[in-house]
Write a protein that binds this ligand. Structure first.
Ligand SMILES: Nc1ncnc2c1ncn2[C@@H]1O[C@H](COP(=O)(O)OP(=O)(O)OP(=O)(O)O)[C@@H](O)[C@H]1O
Ligand SMILES: [Mg+2]
Length: 245
């Protein structure tokens, strides 16, 4: 039997104050799928991503990672298989490009090596290959991240996600702090590197045209509910009207 990479089954999340952020959400994610989540502010996109990361406790339902229930506390497995990319890049800005990228592999390196900054040669070589993959090879990799542009910082963010060889990348509005052209370039890079490395992506976005170009499949959320979940090519004006009205 082939299990989905992730199975989100009848998941509900109620925040204090009786805020129903996720209402009986069901989503299956397979390997090599690029999925965008669209929905207006407060529709539950970040909550969905946080629950998949195990950062928010569910009130109802289950999440399975390759048929392993999160309730069985398989956090190590999840940590090794899931990488994240954030809107504000979440980098150690006073640290170098290469060090930020290597930190993405921290779960697989023993703690004494991390403590003494003794990174395995293999990790360093992997980081150098990935720097080329994300198009940062023209910049000195010892340069501090705080001296890079937003687009370059997000390339470091993508490289940090790729180095752990995850099964899935979760990205919460990864381009909302970038100008439109840089945003397009970054989404193209996420898509191309994910496809090449056979990684699935679940990515929240606010721009419909970006989502259509980026994703194989688009999930529309409104007030904690899934309004539609279909191939990007089959999204109709009618779907979008329902989503944003
Ligand atoms: N920690 C929290 N405590 C209470 N309510 C919360 C919390 N986090 C989110 N909410 C509420 O849950 C709902 C969903 O929020 P969420 O952040 O998931 O939306 P979103 O789709 O990511 O929005 P945005 O596009 O603005 O990022 C909102 O009504 C929000 O106010
Ligand atoms: Mg959000």
């Amino acid at each position: 039997m082939v299990y989905p990479l992730l199975k989100i089954e009848s998941v509900s999340k109620i925040y204090p104050g009786n805020v129903l952020a996720l209402n009986n959400v069901n989503i299956n994610i397979d390997d090599n799928e690029i999925i965008a989540i669209l929905g207006s502010s407060g529709s539950g996109k970040s909550t969905l991503i946080r629950t998949i990361l195990g950062l928010t406790a569910l009130n109802y339902g289950n999440i399975f990672f390759r048929n392993n229930n999160y309730k069985d506390k398989n956090y190590k497995m999840i940590r090794n298989s899931v990488a994240t990319i954030y809107q504000n890049f979440n980098l150690v800005t006073r640290s170098s490009i290469i060090k930020n990228i290597i930190l993405g592999d921290i779960a697989k390196v023993s703690s004494w090596r991390v403590l003494f900054n003794l990174w395995p040669k293999e990790t360093i070589n992997k980081a150098i290959d990935i720097i080329e993959e994300v198009g940062l090879n023209n910049i000195d990799c010892n340069k501090r991240v705080e001296n890079l542009s937003g687009g370059q910082q997000q390339r470091v963010g993508i490289a940090r996600a790729l180095i752990s060889a995850p099964d899935i990348i979760l990205a919460d509005e990864p381009v909302s702090n970038l100008d439109p052209q840089t945003a397009r370039d970054i989404l193209r890079l996420i898509r191309e590197t994910a496809k090449k490395n056979k990684i699935s992506v679940l990515c929240s976005l606010h721009q419909v045209d970006f989502a259509k170009n980026f994703a194989d499949r688009i999930i529309g959320m409104k007030e904690g509910n899934i309004l539609f979940d279909k191939p990007a090519k089959k999204i109709l004006k009618f779907d979008l009207n329902k989503l944003y009205k």
